[in-house]
Ligand binder design. Sequence first.
Ligand code: F6P
Length: 749
Amino acid sequence: MRRAIKFLLLLLTGLAALAFAGHQVLEQTTNGWFDRDLQLRSQLAVSAASRSLVRNWQESARLTAVLEDLTSDERILGAAACNLEGEVQAATAAYPRELGIRDLIQANGGPLSGPEPAKATWSTTTALGSGRVHISGSTIDGEAGPLGFVVLVHDLTFVARREATTRSLMLWGFFVLAIGASVVTLAAARIAWRGWVRELRKALTDDATTADTSTGDFQPLVRDVRSLAERLARERHDDAGTGPWSANRLRKTLLQHLQGERVVILANREPYIHERTDQGIRVLHPASGLVTALEPVMKACSGTWVAHGAGSADRETVDAHDRLRVPPGEESYLVRRVWLTEAEEAGYYYGFANEGLWPLCHLAHQRPSFRAEDWQQYVRVNQRFADAVCEEVDSDDPIILVQDYHFALAPRMIRARLPRATILTFWHIPWPSAERLGICPWREEIIAGLLGSSILGFHTRQHCNHFIDSVDAYVESRIDREQQAVVQGAHRTLIRPYPISIEWPVHWLARVPPVAECRAAIRRQLGLAPDALLGVGIDRLDYTKGIEERLAAVDRLLADRPEFRGRFTFVQLAAPSRTKIPRYRELNEQVEAQAVAINQRWGTESWRPIALLRSHHEPLSVFAHYRAADLCYVSSLHDGMNLVAKEFVAARDDEQGVLVLSQFTGAARDLTEALIVNPYDLQQASAALAAALRMPVDEQKERMRSMRRIVAEFNVYRWAGRMLIDATDLRRRERMHGRLSGPVLGETA
Ligand code: F6P
């Protein structure tokens, strides 16, 4: 816009200069035209009257009458007849005698009686009084030769009048032109601006996985920065005056909007697993982003977490109703364990959920397997969990949070038993395009199951759009695109993006030593020199995490940049996961073999580039590694959010350490100060690792500070709080429209 205004000023100055120059040229040209025109008119008038003039030349009175006839044109001021010497013989009454016609004749061709032949006609302009006059002389020839001249004096004030009119017309013309040009320029600038904004908006909603990342300098995508800024602005506006989200604020929100209801969470993975070991029963915290996010919410809200009891000592630690109070030592909520048979677990969890839906939803080049027997188990287990949830509620309009792809059918099953329930379902992984979803033979059932929810949340708007497209393609319903909702009869499901996050501050960090201690301790544990450069990766061993690409990037770094050989080690904490599935076992072996190969290629007696720690790590150890590292590389090939990236940022209260982050994670949209890379592009990824290891401390601090602000603000309490507030609004609207009976939630019954 600023450019358009500059252009406009330039244009106006140009037009003014043009107007001035134009005026000069126009004046000269029109003067020339008038001069020629008057001379011609004079000749014509004189030649038309020449016979009368000749006839009456000697008769002064008659000659004067002929001359008066000649001046009938209002622009002819006067006329005179002069003899060959230039003496006036006869003249009209208005003829200005002060003209000094002799001199003029002399100056314009000389007297007819002179030695040189005089000009037959001549003309000139001269000042007269306050104006100017045009004087023309024409020779009058008698039978015996020239008799004398007829002089016509034209009044030129009309020329000045016309000039003034022309000038003002011209100025108006230029003025109108200038206004027109300004309007056109501003309109063009506006259209261009709108076009740009439209393009930008389009880019913002496009597929992250098809984004142009050819910049190659690890910059965040423009749309990510912009959508983050928009989200910040929108949410700041909504939250004005209420302060940052915290456990306390979430608790208050629940109390205010939902009458302090107990929340029931349904999630396959339990927050505490009891395992039998040689030393007795051990409590484990699973490596799960879902658990990381939901535990703090449950601690804040209390209530019950319904989950699969998967630990070998789980049955021994529950009460007669399969319940257990957690967290150990600071009990604030309940876990209700549901027991599955081996066949149920094989079909529902390993089969349909993790060999079917998981590869269907992740673009990681693994074919989904859909088997009818797995589907039957999935339906059966969903019903069992839905029943368990209904046993845990203590009202007919409870708040139920259904989590993830394990329970696509449960929302509809719960709604069938509890029509007034507020069901918030969150899909923790990406939602595929409608076309890709078509691979699933039970796609209609999956969608219908999810539409039992009051609100269905995804990490990104892109996944919401994919879901709405899927509804459009496969089920009967009305899509309210303005409200981002799907309507089936009296029931409405809002489809919303709620980017998940972690608690802030992370409670584990209170028990983790400061950065300097962690740096020294972890280097000691790994057998590294105190000043060794250290990179860290922390994941479940899953093919979507891009662990092979990550190790290949380290390999490439060492190949291309010898200065890091002997100095840099990458430690990969890899928690074995879903090992009953062949593809996961295969991955285990491949990663192991790859680490061995890289260590053989570059390692020395005293140094190995890759430390692969394939075992479960408890949160305290995980956070100590985050603190010890110079960089953390998250290289997912496709990831709904990825909370490892956010945990690394939370761990770095020293504001140092560099995050290298895959562009295919939801987190890349929020953490724009990370070095954003395409993990498939090994040259780019290894360059990013090198840039991270060489990054000056000041720059590290600047980037880390900015990311910490984002994670602190967009924490998991906000995630849960906003979902709960939206659910309350939805129920209020439903009641007002009479679609639901009973009092409006948040209001006194
Ligand atoms: O990302 C999907 C998810 O269910 C997460 O919510 C969780 O972090 C992870 O998978 C755990 O997988 P599993 O429960 O199969 O070990």
